[in-house]
Design a protein around this ligand. Sequence first.
Ligand SMILES: *Cc1c(COP(=O)(O)O)cnc(C)c1O
Length: 360
Amino acid sequence: MGRVYNFSAGPAVLPEEVLREAADEMLDYKGTGMSVMEMSHRSKAYEEIIKTAEQDLRDLMNIPDNYKVLFLQGGASQQFAMIPMNLMKNKVADYIITGQWAKKAYQEAQIYGKANAIASSADKTFSYIPDCSDLPISEDADYVYICENNTIYGTKFKTLPNTKGKTLVSDISSCFLSEPIDVTKYGLVYGGVQKNVGPAGVVIVIIREDLITEDTLPGTPTMLKYKIHADNESLYNTPPAYGIYICGKVFKWLKKMGGLEVMKQRNEEKAKILYDFLDQSKLFKGTVRPEDRSLMNVPFVTGNEELDAKFVKEAKAAGLENLKGHRTVGGMRASIYNAMPKEGVEALVAFMKKFEAENL
Ligand SMILES: *Cc1c(COP(=O)(O)O)cnc(C)c1O
């Protein structure tokens, strides 16, 4: 069997070209006689891999020189703790709760200080982004935290919150490299790469240098200090070496595709195909307020659980995989990350049309 169209929310589809290249280099990376998996992270060959990956990411995102790029482990979830441990100088932070990931980050921060939920969209199952133009930002907040694209609920901040001068911290796991962002608007942005960038096991943190200090909360483990990783260029200990290598290949692929402006256009085009269909469908319905719709994660329902299950099953048989929605939303979710070709979305919509005709 060949490759399917994989709509998984994460770990998720990677560019086929990248996988083929990695396969070609599996046994002998560029004449080294070994796989990248087998080489020392202190070797010349690996140094070149990680340095090039960082430079390509800097080019793609236009990351200013006063920001560090850190390749870390522990997933996005480890950042839920690392952020307060490193940034909570006053032990106060404001959280905007737009879904489970933001909520988990908020709950974790409560272990370390006073975390305030200053806005939430829990009242409508996180199907929208609250108005964040004039929130009660705490006077002594060390930062304001958002989850920019809500993987589970399919919402996305189209405008960043007004933080009233406080440092903005953002989880961009599921919209990482999907469109250009202005890094200077953030103190720290981070993402687990397994959604839109690479294999699970790598989390990338982009942090403004003045936020990297020795002054962490008492008891912060060495491995959870940004400073130790920044001072050691992400090589304090053995990094997730192979994962970083694949991320590097994805960065090269994105550059070749034309960069993030082009990816944004492609992603808008792809999402429009699906949203336009949902907006006129008599069977399927999108669950998100239209102005807050994500380009990456598209939840939808029929309104009938049995029919949803039938759809997911028949779609799978047709080579459209991982369309089952998150258990808290039900229904379906199509994640249409950078590496999902337009043809995949077209195939999904064609299948939905057929299913609608047969089941209405
Ligand atoms: C998947 C996801 C996480 C959790 O990622 P892990 O790497 O599994 O810890 C956090 N935030 C967002 C937005 C996600 O999509």
